[in-house]
Design a protein. Structure first.
Length: 64
């Protein structure tokens, strides 16, 4: 497993699939990243399982 992984997610605003790069060197992360398709701010939560594989949740940014 590389420390940087390209992951495909669905934007919670426009529904389009988009690829984001995730840093897998930390077990849990939460950050905001703009959708590369519609530019809306997505809240991204990354958690790693026991083998280091990422699980990604993309949701609408709080308050939007």
């Amino acid at each position: 497993m590389n420390s940087l992984e390209d992951i495909t997610i669905d934007c919670p605003y426009c529904g389009e699939s988009a690829e984001i790069t995730v840093d897998c060197s930390r077990a849990r992360q939460r950050y905001v990243e703009d959708c590369p398709v519609c530019c809306a701010p997505m809240e991204i939560v990354v958690t790693l399982d026991e083998k280091g594989y990422p699980a990604i949740t993309a949701s609408r940014e709080s308050g939007r």
